[in-house]
Write a new protein. Sequence first.
Length: 449
Amino acid sequence: MTEAVFAAEALLPGGWARDVRIVVDGAMIASVMDGATPKAGDTRAEALIPGMPNLHSHTFQRAMAGLTERRGPSADSFWTWRDLMYRFALSLTPEEVQAIAEMACVEMLETGFTRLGEFHYLHHAADGRRHANPAEMSHRIIAAAEVTGIHLTLLPVFYAHSNFGGAAPSESQRRFINDVDSYGELFARAKAGIRRPLDRIGIAPHSLRAATDEENARLLEVHPDGPVHVHIAEQMREVEDCVSWSGQRPVERLLSQFDVNGRWCLIHATHLTEAERRGIVASGAVAGLCPVTEANLGDGLFPAREFLAEGGRFGIGSDSNVEISVAEELKILEYGQRLAHRLRNVLTTGESSTGGTLLRGALEGGAQALGAPEAALSAGAPADMVALTDRAGLTSAGDRVLDRWVFGADVAVADVWVGGAHVVTGGRHRERERIAAGFARTMKRLAEG
Ligand SMILES: [Zn+2]
């Protein structure tokens, strides 16, 4: 199927261009011409940008959004949130996991995410037994991505222990647990379920808490290429536990034990010494930042000003999916730094736009982290495109539309194409109604317990 999009402005690899006509052939961009004239039948767009990779998500947590915002009997923290999340996770059926994932994917697409990096650890049945197909739950995630049209990088999680040093897992972690061999089987079955040529798979040792150094070494041996994602240094208690177990901090230990390189994505990496920060930059790994979730969970602030100034690579993830929004992730990333440093426009250099700098960085780092083709509007790239519209009717001028999208309220996503398929029109996903109804039924069942 050939389709053409004519944009008043488009963000091309060389910068913004005017009157851009993009011809799509199947899943890919066939040609890009600027200074063009529109033809009959072209879809019109105001400002066209590449689709954003979402490098870290747990889709099932979407169903908890807004339900954990009251204080418990003692001081509330990440760890009390995690207890609630476990109780919730333990009750979900495969059908419910898919219904929730579909809703999350619809919302991701409507905000301009075109690839889901799913850090997937909810593997087994509610009683902890393996499904007849051990990758049943992974296949539910694949199905949700296929139904909604979002590209997928599936990251089946290896999870074996409750704390550093190979501590036995707790009963409430029973749906997550594998040994290296059962993980290998699950991974192979999950991989066999991936049918679309642009989808990817990678490995995800959950954290240094949940996987020992020996187990991680074996996983890396069995999977010598593809993305490697790990949660790291999100919480101070995790840092302290790691130090008392090994004498090293989590990132310090990871960098000293493994050949961390451009395949790796370090999720959160919130609590860093200067040496750890420089170590990540030098490794070429991507810092997987999830600013909305990190703020919601009270994790702390990633040292983004220094990390970006040193040339560190980063991408954004919607993680707990408490709120799914490309613009919010970029805005909170910048606002955290403004509050910490009491300055404005911290995460940019020279006189360039903050929204533009953050968007370009997250596009590049996100694609790297998810093993995906470069996110760019250029011939030969996947046709992953997001059209922004300015409801205030301002004539857009380059990066200003990105600043108005990230920091203001007038610019919104109008259309989204993924692999050439026009999945969002007028801000709404083509199957929003049906999927939202399924999600509502699931929420009702969960509320009734
Ligand atoms: Zn996470």
